[in-house]
Design a protein around this ligand. Structure first.
Ligand code: NDP
Length: 436
């Protein structure tokens, strides 16, 4: 704790995993050898750098950039870049730590990393976004490579930002190294279904959990928080499985539409206008209403399935108690660590099916690894082919977590299953690689 002072989210993420490991080391004490657990909690490398850029008014702005290369036992570092004013080293470390186990769970050869900046893209012009991305990459490019470290998108980083970063990487290195970034547009080496993958994958995961109780999405009321990349494609897939999404949100508040969220309208507001969620209620008139942030929580809306898809610690113990009281049967974490430890405890006590982000949102990075495969073989798969691979991977992750939970005497505990199964894969490789 002294070495990582003030990094609250990192402590929370490490504690969550360590709490699951007691059972593993009791059964397999060799995991305590050679300070393995201490090494797994320490990033291999942390890069922190200055990002100077010039805004439209001619003023020099300074942001801080981060790339935490957490663990490369299983493959090159892999994990997204986040642009949000809340970004600090503790947040990037928690994300990189969780990413290491998530990537291991996919069964694909990728290590764990994460990066980003405290840059706030909101209200910035196209030119400002481009100059910022170029300045960031002027420093970061020397640390990346398809065999070294392969970033992708995350909060505040979508196709536009990845294009600018990849463009600058290409210019600085004079290499068309398509595999150095994932989440690229199709036009220059992206993969079909990558944009949809995290939201789709979470929906496949929740469907698999529901099946264990002989249930499905059909006719279920679903609440999805956020209205960014993960939220939008969660809504799309839930609707295709017969569920009815009745609420979604952004940081300004949430909207409720009991007749079912009109996804085309959300896409228009978010992807085209880059607007705020309140505009949805205005456009829908009497059918929908908007509740501003601070006047309530999206989790107050009664539902059968909750799919938090915005940010860390967005679902508190109080929210969990409300959801349980309202009869929620399943929770699938599209975001990273959206539920607080207290919320997870309440869900588990109430026997709510709970899919932790490490497992449930792994579809994004899994499809990124499929993008790397396509780039390496100079190939491009169809949407159907790629989605089929994604669906199989999500099924395998679900089954691995469930089987591991059974093996350790905690049936249905996907948190334990995900932590142990991810840990064992990384730990086995690290032991074979020696003390490095
Ligand atoms: P986006 O930037 O596309 O969307 C984020 C959404 O969450 C926006 O609606 C945003 O609202 C809202 N949000 C962000 N921060 C806050 C906050 N502090 N309070 C309330 N709402 C907030 O990001 P993504 O959809 O890509 O990511 C969402 C989550 O999913 C993150 O936790 C991310 O790490 C995780 N994830 C993403 C993957 C991916 O493939 N994109 C893969 C795996 C996990 P506003 O616009 O108002 O800020």
């Amino acid at each position: 704790i002294r070495r990582n002072a003030g990094e609250a989210e990192f402590h929370q993420a490490v504690q969550g995993v360590l709490e699951s490991l007691g059972l593993v080391v009791a059964k397999h004490p060799h995991y305590l050898d050679q300070a393995l657990i201490e090494r797994i909690c320490e990033p291999e490398r942390q890069i922190i750098f200055r990002i100077p850029w010039v805004d439209d008014a001619g003023h020099v702005q300074i942001n801080r950039g981060f790339r935490v290369q957490f663990n490369s036992a299983l493959g090159p570092y892999k994990g997204g870049m986040r642009f949000h004013p809340s970004v600090n080293v503790g947040i990037i470390k928690f994300l990189g730590f969780a990413q290491t186990f998530k990537n291991a769970l996919t069964g694909l050869p990728i290590g764990g990393g994460k990066g980003g900046s405290d840059f706030d893209p909101k209200g910035r012009s196209e030119g400002e976004i481009m100059r910022f991305c170029q300045s960031l990459m002027t420093e970061l490019h020397r640390h990346l490579g398809e065999y070294t470290d392969v970033p992708a998108g995350d909060v505040g980083v979508g196709g536009r930002e990845i294009g600018y970063m990849f463009g600058q990487f290409k210019r600085l290195t004079n290499r068309y190294e398509a595999g150095v970034f994932t989440g690229k547009a199709l036009a220059y080496g992206g993969s079909r279904a990558r944009t949809e993958a995290t939201g789709y994958g979470n929906t496949y995961f929740v469907r698999a959990m529901l099946e264990t109780r002989g249930s499905s999405f059909d006719g279920r009321k679903v609440v999805v928080s956020g209205s960014g990349n993960v939220a939008i494609y969660t809504i799309e897939k839930v609707q295709s499985f017969g569920g009815k999404v009745i609420a979604c949100s952004d940081s300004s508040g949430y909207v409720v539409d009991e007749s079912g969220i009109d996804l085309a309208l959300i896409k228009e507001i978010k992807d085209v206008r880059r607007g705020r969620i309140g505009e949805y209620a205005k456009a829908r008139g009497a059918g929908a209403h908007f509740v501003p942030a601070g006047k309530g929580s999206v989790w107050d809306v009664p539902c059968d399935v909750a799919m938090p898809s915005a940010t860390q610690n967005e679902l508190s113990g109080k929210d969990a108690a409300t959801l349980v009281k309202n009869g929620v049967i399943a929770v699938g974490e599209g975001a990273n660590m959206p539920s607080t430890p207290e919320a997870i405890r309440l869900f588990q006590e109430a026997r709510v099916l709970f899919g932790p982000g490490k497992a449930a949102n792994a579809g994004g990075v899994a499809t990124s690894a499929l993008e790397m495969q396509q780039n390496a073989s100079r190939d491009s798969w169809t949407f159907e082919q790629t989605e089929e691979r994604l669906a199989t991977i999500m099924r395998n992750i679900h089954d691995t977590c469930a089987a591991t939970a059974d093996e350790y005497g905690a049936p249905g505990n996907y948190v334990l299953g995900a932590n142990i199964a991810g840990f064992v894969r990384v730990a086995e490789a690290m032991q074979m690689l020696g003390v490095i």
